[in-house]
Design a protein around this ligand. Structure first.
Ligand code: PMV
Length: 311
C-alpha cells in the first residue's frame, strides 16, 4: 500500500506579532519541531494522533465526528484535498512534537503536513505558495479570522518578513533558539480581540506602541542581516515588554524573561500571548536549566529550511 510522510514546522515570532494584524511588519521563523503526518489511502477520513494530542475522528460518509477544534482543522483540510485533488479517503497518523494551542503554530503545521501528505497520495504538485494559501483558507474557515503569517512560514520555511500579504524571505543565519513551553490561557482570537478593544478606546496610545514595534522590526532585520545577535536579542526583549504593556503577557512569563536575561541575548513571548511560547536567543544550557527550574519544558530549536524528512 502506498504510504507518504510529510513534515511541517512549528513557528516562533522574533518580532512584530499583534502589530502585524494592523499592517505593521513582523519576523517569524520556522523551527525544526512541528507536526509529522504519515498517510495511506483509505476509505473516508481516519485520523490517529500520537504524543501530545489525543482523540480520534472517523469520517463516515459525509458525517464527521469532530472531537475538538484540532480535528476541525484536519476535517477542513481533508475536504479541501477532496475538492482539489479528488482524494477519496485517507488514513492519517498525526504526530505533534509541540503541544497544541500555545502559540507555536501547530494548527497551521498540522494542516500543512496533512495537505502535503494528501498531495503526495494524489500525485499532485503543490508549491509552497499554494500550500500557504490553502492553510490560510482552512484556518480562516475554522477560526473565523486568521493572518497569513503562520501558514506562510510553515509552508515556506526559513525566516520570513511578513507585512500584509507580502512575505520576504530573509537570507540570514540564526543561532539555535531556546523555545520554552509555558501554559497558555486565552485563545489567539480572544487576545487579538482584547487588543482591538484597547485600541478602540485609546488608539493614539496603542498605535504608538505598534509604531515602536515596527521600528524594532526594521532595526531587527538590519541586525539579523549583519549577524549582530546581541542587538537582535536586545530588540526581542524590548518587543516583549511592549507586548506586556498591552496586557498580553503574564507574571510567570515576565519572571522567566527577567531570569533569562543573564543567560541569553534576549527573550520574549511569542505569538498571541497569555502565556504560551517564550523564545530566547541563543540556546544555552544554562538558559534551558533556568526555564526548567521554573518547571517548564524547554527545547532547543534550529531554523527549518526544508531539509528535514518528508518535506
Ligand atoms: O499565538 P499564535 O501562534 O496564534 O500567533 C498569533 C499572532 C498574532 O499576530 C497575534 C495574530 C495573527 O494572526 O497574526
Amino acid at each position: 500500500m502506498v504510504e507518504f510522510e510529510a513534515f511541517s514546522p512549528g513557528v516562533v515570532k522574533l518580532f512584530g506579532e499583534h502589530a502585524v494584524v494592523y499592517g505593521h511588519p513582523a519576523v517569524a521563523v520556522a523551527i525544526d519541531r512541528g507536526v509529522r503526518v504519515v498517510c495511506r489511502e483509505g476509505s473516508g477520513l481516519r485520523v490517529r494522533t500520537v504524543s501530545t494530542i489525543s482523540g480520534s475522528v472517523e469520517w463516515i460518509g459525509d458525517k464527521a465526528v469532530v472531537e475538538s477544534q484540532f480535528f476541525a482543522y484536519i476535517e477542513a483540510a481533508y475536504r479541501l484535498a477532496r475538492e482539489r485533488w479528488g482524494v477519496s479517503g485517507i488514513n492519517a497518523e498525526v504526530v505533534s512534537e509541540l503541544p497544541p494551542s500555545i502559540g507555536a503554530a501547530t494548527s497551521a503545521a498540522t494542516v500543512g503536513a496533512f495537505l502535503k501528505c494528501a498531495a503526495g497520495l494524489a500525485g499532485a504538485e503543490l508549491s509552497a505558495e499554494e500550500l500557504a494559501e490553502m492553510i490560510y483558507s482552512v484556518e480562516k474557515l475554522v477560526q473565523g479570522a486568521a493572518s497569513r503569517m503562520d501558514g506562510s512560514v510553515t509552508a515556506m520555511g526559513g525566516v520570513l518578513l511578513v507585512r500584509g500579504s507580502e512575505r520576504v524571505r530573509l537570507n540570514v543565519e540564526i543561532p539555535e533558539l531556546l523555545v520554552v513551553l509555558t501554559p497558555r490561557r486565552g485563545t489567539t482570537r480572544s487576545l487579538v480581540a482584547m487588543v482591538r478593544e484597547l485600541r478602540e478606546r485609546m488608539p493614539e496610545v496603542v498605535d504608538s506602541v505598534f509604531a515602536t514595534i515596527s521600528s524594532i522590526v526594521n532595526r531587527g532585520v538590519r541586525c539579523l542581516e549583519s549577524g549582530d545577535y546581541r542587538c537582535v536579542g536586545e530588540l526581542m526583549t524590548m518587543n516583549h515588554w511592549l507586548l506586556a504593556s498591552l496586557g498580553l503577557s503574564n507574571a510567570q512569563v515576565d519572571s522567566l524573561v527577567r531570569a533569562l536575561s543573564g543567560a541569553v541575548y534576549g527573550a520574549k513571548m511569542s505569538g498571541a500571548g497569555g502565556g504560551g511560547v517564550v523564545v530566547a536567543l541563543p540556546y544555552t544550557d544554562s538558559a534551558r536549566a533556568i526555564a526548567e527550574g521554573f518547571g517548564y519544558e524547554a527545547v532547543r530549536a534550529r531554523v527549518w529550511n526544508g531539509t528535514r524528512r518528508g518535506d
